[in-house]
Design a protein around this ligand. Structure first.
Ligand SMILES: Nc1ncnc2c1ncn2[C@@H]1O[C@H](COP(=O)(O)OP(=O)(O)OP(=O)(O)O)[C@@H](O)[C@H]1O
Ligand SMILES: [Mg+2]
Length: 609
């Protein structure tokens, strides 16, 4: 369904802070005042232009004369004085009107910019507040799209305010003219009103359709750009450049064509108004001539001057109204998509303060746990019961897709169980406890993320420079077998590692990720295939670290390489989301090995990416 203007504006008011709403009211009052001032100015200019050709015209007009006779002094006592007074008043009012217009335009342009920043902040906050489950169900390019589209929110508001500005001006001019020249005004209002209305109604569905096409094509282009940049290695290896380029090009062309048609559609009103406006002027002259056969040329030029002045202001205003409303509709689908993303904001918010880590004294109990991903039609985990005693090391084994990483994400608190429970020292892992618990967990995933920074920045990860504990950092790098790498790098710990740490090998990246997990001084350390890409020597160093940390730290180690979990206190074997067996490595591993048959002690599954 296409979004409606009314819907959009009322929806965005619900997420607008009070100070911006107040600005909006003040600006509307400013627009009203400026339109009244402009109408007065136009009236005086029209009278002045008529008086140039016939200075007596002012006093011959009963309406004007009755008003001007009230003014004392010599301002209007002679044609010359009348002309000079009108010239002075018109200039002064024009200056004042333009100053007010500049002020109001600046105010609503600034408001549009403030809206842009405000909605941008809301959007980013919203993205950061969503839980992990939401993120796994959404494409990351959606944020990029929404981030670049947020400016359309301010464009729509700006166009809305511009339209209000011109509508008020046209109404005021119309009211003033109705008083001065009712017949001509009525004809003009009816003609232009009908013309503006029919142009708008004719263009609206076309603009809506093209705008939706442009918006959805641009969204797909962003997704394709994100896929291409992230998957360039695989694209090159499989020689699929042409396939990805064609997909991308198809949508870029569709978006560009739609945008070109919108540009044409938005120009149509000005051509129509120009033509009809001039025709109307000719008709008015012909009508005046027909009705007043003996009328002097000065009277005709006086009426013409009035019509000219009105046309000078009213035609562009009509034109701008239709243009602003059409541009508004062009941007509405994008702005509405951003607004919907903002409105889907979760209730929770993130704190600027770091959460206090939760100590783990007794252990973690997982009871009757079921889990299903939002988009899946079956459970990823079924009735899982596991206890992890504090200070022990638990190995998690199972074939690919058996649910190991999912279970780790549930233990961390990134995912919430569909049924059953997870308790930390007997306390259920509720959303209230989650932040403190996450602060206690060190985690190395199968595809760790790296910023475009140094080892120092990637290990301390988000800790401000003045709060980095250098001694602890060096110690963690040593435990993660990173010390020799740091010595080799010309810039040492501060050497930039490139985008996604691209200048490091897969094993080196894993070690940086392990050092990062250790730097947090975690209560629970989760290593999900964290050493799969390491050589034997590096893995031995990490194993020694793990051994030395045993007792002071609780660990959950997921590995396909069984030698990695041989020294654990306990091994849990998962298959198809269910626990097959748990016990000491000596009890479980022989059965697991037997079940694997020839695939015994699988090689790395997640090496260098
Ligand atoms: N975001 C998701 N949405 C839907 N299903 C998912 C999602 N992530 C994982 N799954 C499914 O959940 C099941 C368990 O996946 P999980 O990643 O936990 O397996 P795993 O044991 O860690 O495998 P591997 O050893 O290959 O890493 C799989 O069947 C997988 O397809
Ligand atoms: Mg996994």
């Amino acid at each position: 369904m296409s979004p409606t203007r009314e819907n959009f504006f009322s929806k965005s008011l619900t997420v607008m802070p009070f100070r911006l709403k107040r600005n909006l009211v003040l600006i509307t009052a400013g627009i009203l005042f400026t339109s009244i001032l402009e109408t007065g100015t136009m009236g005086i200019i029209a009278v002045f232009v008529s008086a140039i050709s016939d200075p007596d015209i002012v006093m011959r007009s009963p309406k004007l004369a009755s008003v001007l006779q009230q003014i004392p002094g010599e301002l209007f006592n002679s044609p010359k004085n009348t002309l000079l007074t009108l010239a002075g008043a018109a200039s002064a009012l024009l200056l004042l009107k333009n100053l007010c217009s500049a002020g109001v335009t600046y105010a609503y342009s600034r408001l549009a910019c403030k809206l842009d920043t405000h909605f941008g902040d809301l959007l980013m906050k919203n993205y950061l507040c969503h839980d992990y489950e939401w993120h796994v169900g959404h494409h990351s390019a959606d944020l990029v799209t929404a981030g670049t589209w947020r400016r359309f929110m301010s464009v729509v508001w700006y166009m809305g305010m511009l339209a209000v500005n011109d509508i008020m001006l046209v109404v005021m001019l119309g009211l003033a003219l109705l008083y001065a020249a009712p017949l001509v005004t009525l004809v003009a209002i009816v003609t232009f009103g009908l013309l503006a209305g029919s142009i708008f109604l004719l263009l609206r569905p076309r603009v809506d359709k093209e705008a939706r096409t442009a918006a959805s094509s641009e969204q797909r282009v962003n997704k394709q750009t994100s896929d291409i940049t992230q998957g360039i290695k695989d694209i090159l290896i499989s020689s699929k450049q042409n396939y990805f380029f064609e997909q991308y090009q198809k949508d870029v062309t569709r978006a560009a064509n739609a945008q070109a048609r919108i540009l044409l559609l938005t120009r149509i009103p000005s051509w129509a108004f120009e033509t009809v406006g001039f025709m109307l002027l000719c008709l008015a002259v012909a009508g005046t001539l027909a009705m007043n056969e003996n009328v002097s040329s000065s009277v005709i030029s006086g009426k013409l001057a009035m019509l000219g002045v009105v046309a000078w202001r009213a035609i562009p205003a009509f034109n701008r109204i239709v243009n602003s409303l059409t541009t508004l509709r062009d941007n509405l689908p994008k702005a509405d998509a951003v607004l919907d993303a903002i409105l889907a904001m979760p209730d929770s918010t993130f704190s600027a303060e770091e959460a206090t880590p939760l100590p783990l004294k007794k252990g973690i109990t997982i009871a009757g746990l079921d889990f299903r991903y939002g988009t899946a039609d079956s459970n990823a985990l079924h009735s899982v019961n596991v206890s992890i005693e504090a200070g022990t090391t638990v190995g998690l084994v199972g074939r690919s897709g058996s649910g190991k990483s999912t279970l780790a994400d549930l233990v961390i608190g990134l995912l919430s169980p569909t049924a059953g429970s997870i308790s930390i020292d007997g306390q259920p892992l509720t959303p209230q406890l989650r932040n403190n618990w996450i602060a206690s967990v060190g985690y190395v995933g199968q595809t760790p993320f790296f910023t475009d920074g140094s080892i120092l920045e990637n290990v301390t990860f988000g800790v401000p420079a003045d709060r980095i504990d250098k001694g602890h950092l060096l110690h963690c790098c040593k435990m993660a077998a990173l010390d020799s790498l740091i010595e080799q790098l010309p810039g040492g710990m501060e050497q930039p590692l490139g985008e996604r740490a691209g200048k490091l090998s897969g094993g080196q990246r894993q070690r940086v990720a392990i050092a990062r997990a250790l730097y947090r001084n975690p209560q629970l350390l989760i290593l999900d295939e964290a050493t799969s890409a390491l050589d034997q020597q590096s893995e031995n160093t990490i194993k020694n670290t793990v051994k030395n940390l045993a007792g002071s730290l609780t660990m959950l180690i997921i590995a396909h390489r069984l030698s990695t979990v041989e020294q654990c206190d306990k091994v849990v074997w998962l298959e198809g989301g269910r626990i097959v067996m748990d016990g000491t490595p000596a009890e479980v591993l022989p059965h697991y090995r037997a079940s694997l048959g020839a695939e015994n002690d699988l090689p790395d599954s997640s090496g260098d990416r």
